[in-house]
Design a protein around this ligand. Structure first.
Ligand code: SAH
Length: 347
């Protein structure tokens, strides 16, 4: 099988080139073409010989995503990208422009098998895991497209990163590699629905990335209703794993809480949530649920959101309400991809 060359770290690339009968220093030429200059093909790599280019074309694959569609917000510059992978699968990524820099939200899988009730990305299940190169290239293509540096990355698009653990970890290492894009791990956030053993494994890696935990409910019972994965990992186990992550890394946890009217947005829910996470070094991010066409969940009134926030704050918890970006090109995570697939298949 052709070697997926963009998913290799510099050492592995050296070993691969040696296996092709090349000198190891070639890795120092080829690696920056992929990870710094974001070359779209081997022919762009001007300092390597034609003979080596031909060898590479025959022995490996250079992952380059194809831009299929871009939606641009006229309000705040948010851009939603739909990319095609080499096998025709589609993934979505989003660029958000903030004062502190350009932030890209990437997908970690094509589809998702976690089944969260309010999420569009999971409606058709998991198609396949993304490779490290496919995760990286979402960022590389966007950086090339806008001609500006991407400074922050969030793994909050389609997919569950900790359900694609090895590739996700490799992706983080490549993304923060000083010979690559060299993104500070402190500028990377990964969001998980709470796969406990892999939160613990990740903690032991002692990375400096922020872990965002999708909590969405203050009790086991309500969490199970919204997130099938909760049946596998009990809520207190999840909270304990987060505490362990903080102990190992010193990184404050973000708890994400999507507010759904009449489901998890009462003051009593807020009170229970405060009790659940009290004493943790954490921060709560409230997200008024983004309505998904296929589901009937609705956003709470603004007043309910503010009351929820106040209740948490009175209990000494740090809270923010997620700022909505790209309102005019909205559609919850995964909807762009889903609509595209429907159009392709349906008409
Ligand atoms: N699998 C990861 C990342 C996926 S999405 C996870 O579960 O965390 C990133 C965040 O958006 C998660 O907190 C997810 O629960 C939330 N989310 C998904 N669909 C949503 C919707 N329709 N409205 C609000 N939040 C949503």
């Amino acid at each position: 099988m052709a070697e997926d060359i963009k998913s290799l770290d510099q050492k592995e690339l050296e070993a691969f080139l040696i296996s092709l009968g090349e000198k190891p220093f070639r890795a120092k030429q080829i690696y920056p073409w992929m990870h710094v200059k974001h070359a779209e093909c081997f022919d762009e790599m001007t300092d390597i010989s034609n003979k080596l280019k031909e060898k590479l074309k025959a022995a490996c694959e250079l992952t380059v995503l194809q831009k299929v569609q871009v939606q641009c917000s006229k309000i705040d510059g948010t851009r939603k990208y739909l990319f095609a992978l080499a096998d025709g699968n589609m993934v979505e990524s989003v660029l958000m422009k903030y004062k502190h820099g350009n932030s890209v939200c990437i997908s970690s899988q094509a589809g998702c098998r976690m089944g969260c009730r309010f999420c569009a990305s999971t409606l058709d299940g998991l198609v396949r895991n993304l490779t490290p190169g496919e995760m990286l290239d979402q960022i590389y293509r966007i950086q090339k497209d806008i001609g500006e540096r991407v400074s922050h990355v969030v793994v909050m698009g389609t997919g569950e990163p900790l359900d694609n653990y090895d590739s996700f970890l490799k992706f983080i290492k490549l993304l923060s590699d000083e010979n690559g894009l060299n993104l500070s791990q402190r500028n990377i956030t990964a969001s998980t629905c709470g796969i406990v053993p892999n939160i613990r494994r990740l903690a032991e890696e002692k990375l400096q990335i922020t872990l965002a935990l999708s909590l969405h409910a203050p009790s086991q019972e309500k969490r199970e209703e919204l997130m099938p994965v909760a049946k596998k990992y009990e809520i207190h186990q999840v909270i304990d794993a987060c505490e362990y992550y903080f102990k190992q890394t010193g990184r404050r946890i973000t708890f994400e809480y999507s507010l759904v009217a009449g489901v998890n947005d009462s003051e009593n829910d807020a009170q229970k949530l405060a009790a659940l996470i009290r004493g943790q070094n954490c921060h709560v991010n409230l997200i008024p649920v983004n309505p998904v066409k296929e589901r009937d969940y609705v956003q709470p009134e603004l007043l309910a959101v503010l009351n929820f926030k106040n209740k948490l704050e009175k209990n000494g918890i740090n809270v923010t309400i997620r700022r909505e970006m790209g309102r005019d090109i909205d559609g919850a995570c995964g909807q762009l991809r889903k609509r595209f697939i429907e159009r392709q298949g349906g008409s």
